[in-house]
Design a protein around this ligand. Structure first.
Ligand code: FES
Ligand code: FES
Length: 157
């Protein structure tokens, strides 16, 4: 076992993991944050997306030990005391999900996009969610949700 110290959703955590354990499994099993989903385990679907030091990563492609010292954000870290994150609220309002399996990854990807580009073009939104596969919704609702979030966040609402 290897001791790994991380800050997860603003809280310092210490876990002991096998050297070959994937971060997605550590997040779910050792940190108890099951909002991060396991999909393909091959880096294709984006269901396991988390943010490490601000950048979205597919946590099935990262060893937990390599996250030593990192700041990790999972979907559980999005909502605040005032309620849902604006991106979560927009997905809710615009029906940007059905089964919700892809949703945590979509949300974190959308957050990263809107921090980098508060007024993305449709092409930029399409490109951003390129690595997040949804089997249910079709991407129109996802893109509409991200557009809605962008507009609201720029307006400060
Ligand atoms: S489970 Fe990580 S990309 Fe699919
Ligand atoms: S809402 Fe079901 S996979 Fe996207």
């Amino acid at each position: 076992m290897t001791r790994v110290n991380v800050t997860v959703n603003g809280r310092a955590r210490e876990i002991d993991v096998e050297p070959a354990k994937l971060l997605v499994h550590a997040v779910r099993e050792d940190l108890g944050l099951t909002g991060t989903h396991v999909g393909c385990l091959t880096g294709d679907c984006g269901a396991c997306t988390v943010r490490i030091d601000g950048a979205t990563v597919k946590s099935c492609s990262v060893l937990a030990v390599s996250a030593e010292g990192a700041q990790i954000t999972t979907v559980e870290g999005l909502a605040g005391p005032g309620g849902l994150h604006p991106v979560q609220q927009a997905f809710w309002d615009e029906f940007g999900f059905q089964c919700g399996y892809c949703l945590p990854g979509m949300l974190l990807t959308a957050c990263e996009l809107l921090e980098d580009d508060p007024d993305p073009t449709d092409e930029a939104i399409t490109l951003a969610v390129n690595g997040n596969l949804c089997r249910c919704t079709g991407y129109h609702a996802v893109k509409r949700s991200i557009r809605c979030a962008a507009d609201r966040m720029r307006e400060g609402s």
